[in-house]
Design a protein around this ligand. Structure first.
Ligand code: AHR
Length: 504
């Protein structure tokens, strides 16, 4: 048995939590849109063709905001292709994924879907093949009330009220050589500056995110962020981060060290953004949008990324998630909570089929992948403020990080209900953890509410269509609270959520 101690004080908070960190991503890629959220003729489809089994799972997942329409797809997309009468919409080659895009689904369908499932839409403008002119036209179509050609065009398409899209991404992964219309930092920084300026002239209420590096391993990482922000600092609110966790050492211990890598990544980008602020003697703080993140290392072969013959919605990067992936997603969510003062938005990429927490079969069922569970539980319980914690536990040394504590934890407090919630990953894969949490300064007596673990003795166990609940939350067997001290026994290699609430 390993032991760990956590001290929490009601007076010490990191930040209010921006619940947009529970976002996901829907790209026109593979089977995310088509046969994912949208499948006319499916037994559960409504009159719009929206799969209700997927809609229900999206609600259960607790998603708050969804990024659309890409991704790499965005950089070759003409938004006009996806609005208006469906029979007039063009079929086009999608050069991002070497597929045929039918445009049967577009902006207005996405807005209808987002409203149905109760999520905020987050849109991107194409800065690959297009630029400032397209961006100003698109936001006028979406957000301008009326009386102009493009706002009246939206109305003629059946949308009298503006879509009122608040969060906009200025392109996607513009540093990546794979990107349609990739740019240097100087080219992109200038384009982002001018595009952001003009979009805000059309709608001053929007928030704008500039593209950071495609990942922390890009050769231009850090210099890219600095130069881009140096150009567009005054006109943007966010810088984006993208990360897909890898498993280069094929070891669960090392794999779970991605928690540290994510933390380094966030803190480095904060430092760069604040360095740009310092050069201007500015008190403005650029926030972080981790608008693509997930585990993605198994489905990365050529066949996963591209199918011959320009097919419509081919199955691409349909990563099947296992127990250790769920633990890492849970650990990464804890990292996001602990960086809630600067990470104000995050999108698990993607929502369904494409590296998704939800899987579907065309014409068949939908089911929850392993990673669904820590996400849904965190989205359900992490509310209000994120508290500072002092954690002590054993640790291990690895190739990924020099010191990896066994306990990875975060605590939130919802002042409206009095609930204080503990999120804890036990990275000791051999021994259970004897966890003691001192809850200081919350007053009154408390009791334990929901206390669940995501645990499976087999780190490679997966959920499938025929066995969809192999890895699923189960009650923590030993958990209790005495006065201000909570004790729990956490299984080796488990992710846990423990709700405490005022008694009576
Ligand atoms: O999510 C899949 C792809 O990964 C996205 O299109 C791109 O932005 C990233 O490289």
């Amino acid at each position: 048995m390993t032991s760990a101690r956590l001290i929490v004080d009601a007076d010490f908070a990191i930040s209010d939590l921006d619940r947009r960190v529970f976002g996901t991503f829907v790209e026109h890629m593979g089977r995310c849109v088509y046969t994912g959220i949208f499948e006319p003729g499916h037994p559960t489809a409504d009159e719009n063709g929206f799969r209700q089994d997927v809609a229900e799972l999206t609600k259960e997942l607790g998603v708050t905001i969804v990024r659309y329409p890409g991704g790499n797809f965005l950089s070759g997309y003409n938004w006009e292709d996806g609005v208006g009468p469906k029979e007039e919409r063009p079929r086009r080659l999608d050069l991002a994924w070497f597929s045929t895009e039918t445009n049967a689904f577009g902006t207005n369908e996405f807005i209808d879907w987002a409203r149905q499932v109760g999520v905020e839409p987050m849109f991107g403008v194409n800065l690959g093949t297009r630029g400032i002119d397209d961006a100003r036209r698109f936001i006028e179509y979406c957000n301008h009330p009326g009386g102009t050609e493009l706002s009246e065009l939206r109305k003629s398409h059946g949308y009298e009220k503006p879509h009122d899209i608040k969060f906009w991404c200025l392109g996607n992964e513009m540093d990546g050589p794979w990107q349609i219309g990739a740019k240097t930092a100087a080219e992109y920084g200038r384009a982002a500056h001018e595009t952001a300026k003009v979009m805000r002239w059309v709608d001053p209420s929007i928030e704008l995110a500039a593209c950071g590096s495609s990942n922390r391993d890009m050769a231009t990482y850090a210099r890219w962020e600095y130069e881009v922000l140096d150009h567009c600092f005054d006109h943007v609110d966010f810088i984006s981060l993208h990360t897909y966790f890898m498993n280069p050492h094929d070891s669960t211990e090392e794999f779970l060290g991605n928690v540290e890598l994510l933390d380094y990544f966030i803190k480095e980008v904060v430092a760069i953004a604040d360095a740009v602020a310092a050069t201007r003697r500015s008190q403005k703080r650029i926030m972080l949008s981790l608008d693509e993140w997930n585990v993605w290392y198994k489905a990365r072969g050529h066949d996963d990324l591209r199918k011959p013959g320009w097919p419509e919605h081919p199955p691409l990067i349909e990563e099947v998630y296992n127990t250790e992936d769920a633990l890492l997603i849970g650990g990464a969510l804890i990292t996001l909570l602990n960086n809630s003062d600067r990470v104000k938005c995050a999108c698990l990429a993607q929502l369904v089929n494409i590296i998704g927490p939800i899987m579907t079969e065309q014409g068949g069922p939908a089911w929850r992948q392993t990673i669904f569970h820590p996400f849904a539980l965190t989205a359900k319980h992490a509310k209000g403020r994120v508290l500072r914690t002092l954690a002590t536990s054993g640790s291990f040394a690895g190739k990924t990080a020099e010191e990896m504590p066994y306990l990875v934890s975060a605590v939130t407090e919802d002042e409206s209900t009095g609930e204080v919630v503990i999120f804890a990953l036990n990275r000791n894969l051999v021994e259970p953890m004897d966890l003691k949490v001192e809850l200081r300064g919350f007053g009154g007596t408390r009791e334990v509410g929901e206390a669940l673990q995501v645990y499976h003795p087999n780190m490679k166990a997966v959920n499938t269509k025929d066995a969809p609940n192999t890895v699923a939350p189960a009650p923590i067997k030993q958990v209790g609270i005495d006065k201000d001290t909570l004790t729990a026994k956490l299984m080796p290699g488990s992710w846990n959520v423990i709700v405490t609430k005022p008694k009576g």
